[in-house]
Design a protein around this ligand. Structure first.
Ligand code: NAD
Ligand code: IPM
Ligand code: MN
Length: 360
């Protein structure tokens, strides 16, 4: 089959890890007889440097015309002093909004081979870990009204509004419940309903959606408790359904349990099959250009693209198997390095995974 993929490498380690994901997609194309056409688009700091704006219209247009988008990461110290509206991160938010990507799936899976890289005691994650964070991605405080105002006696004040509508909660809850039906039939909805009005609407709306899924067990947890439970007993979770900002925070926490944030992929989905696929991690300016970035999150994001947008489940599973096999052979980037393993660079790990796909 033929697919058109928009690639947005972005900043820092973004281009380094997306190059490895493309390498792996090419290996998939060779092995299974598909054709992937890539169009490379600018966003973030890359676009600011090239075109003077973080999200050029052309990027949005081309992304919309593609079958799926693969994104690296945006942002970095070079652009940190720009006003909020002009920052590289704004491009990511703009893309998510323009493409209607309201549901962000962030699977935290601990590979058996990586249990030594997990900071929790072995008994906490015995038998592996497999949870899915479903994060609302186009609403909440990220997109609410914001601004600053001068006060009489407290100086300058700033505000960001957390606003959710029933429809926004319903559609992402539907995603979480249908996901749970294919998994272990449990949804933990995470909010701060003991304080926030928006969370109370969230909780009520989720309960309504839950009625359509009698087989799925719904549990409500406060976000502070969830942060604690994630490190205390992560295996209690199946699907975690939460708001934009809580999902951002909890998915970074979940990633560390799996060994490294360099392992965690994500799928940002619109209504229908369209999606943007992006690692959970950022542009990691501290290691950019050193060959130390773990490309696995980007490679597994490409695998999610195969599965969720292209419907190529067998190909997606082959990528996951190749990743597992490379880990089994002991190949490790520095973030997941443990005693007795073999150190490799970003590019070497990509090569090893791509070779495994080609030579099976
Ligand atoms: P980060 O995720 O970039 O880095 C956090 C830590 O994890 C760093 O120590 C980094 O070296 C490490 N790390 C991240 N990815 C790794 C990988 N693949 N392999 C090995 N180690 C990895 O988060 P940050 O430092 O808070 O943010 C840096 C920049 O990235 C900021 O400008 C931020 O706004 C941006 N950011 C972008 C995205 C995105 O584009 N999706 C996500 C998060 C942060
Ligand atoms: C992520 C990132 C982004 C977010 C930033 C860079 C806008 O942290 O994808 O997790 O907060 O959504
Ligand atoms: Mn984040």
């Amino acid at each position: 089959m033929n697919f058109k993929i928009a690639v947005i490498p972005g900043d820092g380690i973004g281009p380094e890890v997306t190059a490895e994901a493309v390498k792996v997609l090419d290996a998939v194309a060779d092995r299974f007889g598909h054709k992937f056409d890539y169009s490379y688009l600018a966003a973030g700091g890359d676009a600011i440097d090239k075109y003077g704006e973080c999200l050029p219209k052309e990027t949005v247009k081309e992304a919309k015309e593609s079958d799926a988008v693969l994104l690296g990461a945006v942002g970095g110290p070079k652009w940190d002093d720009l006003p909020g509206e002009e920052r590289p991160e704004k491009a990511l938010l703009g893309l998510r909004k323009a493409l209607g990507l309201f549901a962000n799936l962030r699977p935290a899976i601990m590979f058996d081979e990586l249990k030594d890289a997990c900071p929790l005691k072995e008994e906490k994650v015995k038998g592996g870990l497999d949870l899915m964070v479903v994060r609302e991605l186009t609403g909440g405080i990220y997109f609410g009204e914001r601004g600053t105002r001068q006060t009489q006696d407290m100086g300058l004040s700033a505000y960001d509004v957390e606003l959710y509508s029933e429809k926004e909660v319903q559609r992402v809850a539907e995603t979480a419940f249908s996901m749970a039906m294919k998994r272990n039939k449990k949804v933990t909805s995470v909010d701060k309903a003991n304080v926030l009005e928006s969370s109370r609407l969230w909780r009520k709306t989720v309960a309504e959606v839950a009625k359509k899924y009698p087989e799925v067990k719904l549990e409500n947890l406060y976000v502070d408790n969830t942060a604690m439970q994630l490190v205390y007993d992560p295996k209690q979770f199946d699907v975690i359904l939460t708001s934009n900002i809580f999902g951002d925070i909890l998915s970074d926490e979940a990633s560390m349990i799996t060994g490294s944030i360099g392992m965690l992929p994500s799928a940002s989905l619109a209504e229908g099959n369209f999606g943007m696929y992006e690692p959970v991690h950022g542009s990691a300016p501290d290691i950019a250009g050193t060959g130390r970035a773990n490309p696995t999150a980007a490679i597994l994001s490409a695998s999610m693209m195969l599965k969720y947008t292209f419907g190529l489940s067998e190909e997606a599973a082959a990528v996951e198997d190749a990743v597992k096999s490379a880990l089994k052979d002991g190949y490790r980037t520095p973030d997941i390095m443990t005693d007795g393993c073999k150190a490799v660079t970003t590019g070497q790990l990509g090569d090893i995974i791509a070779d495994k796909l080609r030579n099976r």
